[in-house]
Design a protein around this ligand. Sequence first.
Ligand code: SF4
Length: 349
Amino acid sequence: MRQGELLYTGKAKSVYRTDEEGVLMVEFRDDITAFDGGKKDVLTKKGSFNAGVSAFLFRRLQEEGVLTHFLGMVDESKMLVHALEMVPIEVIVRNVAAGSMVRKYPIAEGTPLDPPVIVMDYKDDTRHDPMLNDELIIALRLLSPGELNRVKEDALKVNRFLSRFFDSLGITLVDFKMEFGKLNGEIVLGDEISMDSMRLWDKNTGESLDKDVYRFSKGDVISAYRRVAEKILASGEQQEIRGSTGIMTKNPEGVKDIMSEDKLEEEILDWVRDYAREKGWRLNPEEKKLSVVIRGLARNQKKFGHRYCPCRLRSGDTEKDKSIICPCIFHEEEVRDQGSCHCNLYYQK
Ligand code: SF4
């Protein structure tokens, strides 16, 4: 896929058109800014750490059933995404009091927030992102009441997943920011989930592992970002190993689920292998990437009754979505012109 015209440059990311309708390329740059652009620097590798972490978390969230704009990586700092109609709202979920919450309200830093607090700000630097409430969101026609509920549900679902995930890495997810957009009438998680958009504390030492290190000159920003990226990557390898060896949970229901998922994945793998052989192609030689696609197909088969493409969004219209049941209507042209299908499942020999 070719990078096209530059559409937008933000504080740390640039967005380009591509030669595929509805697909954009996001470049995570090494720029870092704080205090509405009052503090600025360029830190080598920062863009690739944020891109890698975002890609990993978007993939995991997709596996949890959250719709995200993520399609795949072009290189270590460039990501392909669905073009969304962005909603100008920053959705912040707070699990522990910190940052502006402590500055604005009578609450001590570090106070746990249970249930978590959702805050929504109107995204506008010139107005310093004023806080919204439900009525203002409806009055400003930013979201309909149904869409607002969906955003809140998704925000809490993402928070549950990320909080558990970071906890397993010895990190507290203090708070984080999300942005959502719309695609074919669906609410879809966009933007990024990275050390620039999350507040992360080491569970044992309380040390910051996020952009606060830069904001408040607390130490070496890149080594904090690297630490988080490396922990996440190491956990990904363990999860891949767990997935392929089928290690079970203690819960009998869970065992049943994992076993049947494994069986379905095996069945799908046999089927895609046969199809590749028939076409004179091969499957993705990178085992981890191959298993992510197979798992996505199995998940869609279980959830929707069809092997919908795991890297394309369903429109919800059954007739229209027939075009993205694997093998989708696009795959032959993609393998011929680009060397592989969109999900990097089938490859030319
Ligand atoms: S063939 Fe199409 S549907 Fe199947 S994995 Fe590739 S891109 Fe997705």
